[in-house]
Write a protein that binds this ligand. Structure first.
Ligand code: ZN
Length: 147
């Protein structure tokens, strides 16, 4: 099977939040999700950061390579999801960031990204069973468990 399908419903529960200057972006998003009580969901955000720390997955070595961009950047797009990992909500975010010339950087969000300001929506998804991450041997990643 080439596609794994999970079934669920959009509940209409949505949390909107503004993240304050100086907060670590990933920490703040994890706190928001934890406080919402959502187990599965969709995250979208825009805003800006003072500096960024991102990563890119090296598919051959099966490990994340982290990099920093130490300048103010716009969050052009922030998209991600919430699913369970080890029984707890896990936040997975990818960012596209632009500098003052419009040049873009992108990657998988890790700790070390300092927020300037961010506007965030988290939409809950009620899945049965909940989407749960487990190690996938083919990719080396923690992926949604097929059933
Ligand atoms: Zn990722």
């Amino acid at each position: 099977m080439t596609v794994t399908v999970f079934k669920g419903t959009l509940t209409g529960k949505v949390v909107a939040a503004r993240i304050r200057p100086g907060r670590d972006l990933l920490d703040a998003l994890e706190e928001l999700v934890r406080d919402s009580g959502f187990r599965n969901g969709v995250i979208e955000l825009v805003g800006s950061v003072r500096k960024a720390r991102l990563s890119c997955y090296d598919q051959a070595r099966k490990e994340y390579i982290e990099f920093s961009v130490d300048e103010p950047l716009e969050i052009v797009t922030g998209l991600g999801n919430v699913s369970l990992k080890d029984g707890k909500p896990f936040v997975h975010i990818h960012l596209t960031l632009s500098d003052e010339s419009g040049k873009c950087y992108g990657g998988h969000l890790v700790r070390g990204t300092e927020t300037f300001v961010a506007e965030v929506f988290v939409s809950e998804l009620v899945m049965d069973p909940p989407m749960n991450r487990t190690r996938d041997e083919e990719t080396g990643l923690m992926l949604w468990l097929p059933y």
